[in-house]
Design a protein around this ligand. Structure first.
Ligand code: URA
Ligand code: SF4
Length: 158
């Protein structure tokens, strides 16, 4: 079993985002959930709260998940491709995605979900390591490292 070194992650300075973040935003939900959702990066709200998807996008996401019948605390784990907020909410740079990939990989191993939902193009790029048009891949099951992966539109886009 892989264990996630939370203290090390909270102290991480492996990329330039460490300089401007307030909190490292690791994840929320059930740490051994069968379903894992991966977004892009923390926004202002998340940077303050230290929890992913707690701003407007998060409210939309939680509402959609509730409507779909999920118990958010039990059924899933939510995190982001990068754990620190990019200044002005710009998209994470390639080197930042690469630097934070190590945390994401450990999270995926530790949670060990059967299903991964990739929320938006950055998450698709980060995990599948390909630039794909969301209009083409969204809603299409992919297989990645033996897991079923589903790209969906980011709630900020909807
Ligand atoms: N909040 C997050 O935590 N991640 C996103 O991708 C967007 C908003
Ligand atoms: Fe470390 Fe990721 Fe934060 Fe960069 S974004 S400092 S790699 S935790």
């Amino acid at each position: 079993m892989t264990t996630f070194d939370l203290d090390a992650c909270l102290r991480c300075s492996a990329c330039e985002l460490a300089a401007t973040r307030h909190k490292v935003v690791v994840g929320r939900g059930n740490p051994v959930a069968p379903l894992m959702l991966i977004g892009e990066a923390p926004g202002a709200q998340e940077d303050q709260s230290g929890m992913p998807f707690t701003g407007r996008s998060g409210q939309t996401l939680d509402r959609l998940l509730n409507e779909a019948g999920f118990n958010i605390e039990q059924d899933l784990y939510i995190c982001n491709a990068v754990k620190c907020r990019p200044p002005n909410n710009r998209r994470p740079k390639k080197n930042e995605l690469a630097a934070c990939r190590r945390w994401l990989d450990i999270q995926i191993s530790a949670v060990n979900p059967a299903v991964i939902v990739l929320i938006g193009a950055t998450a698709v790029q980060a995990v599948l390591e390909k630039k794909a048009a969301m209009t083409e891949v969204r809603g299409q099951w992919q297989t990645w490292q033996g897991r079923s992966v589903m790209p969906i539109f980011h709630p900020a886009y909807l």
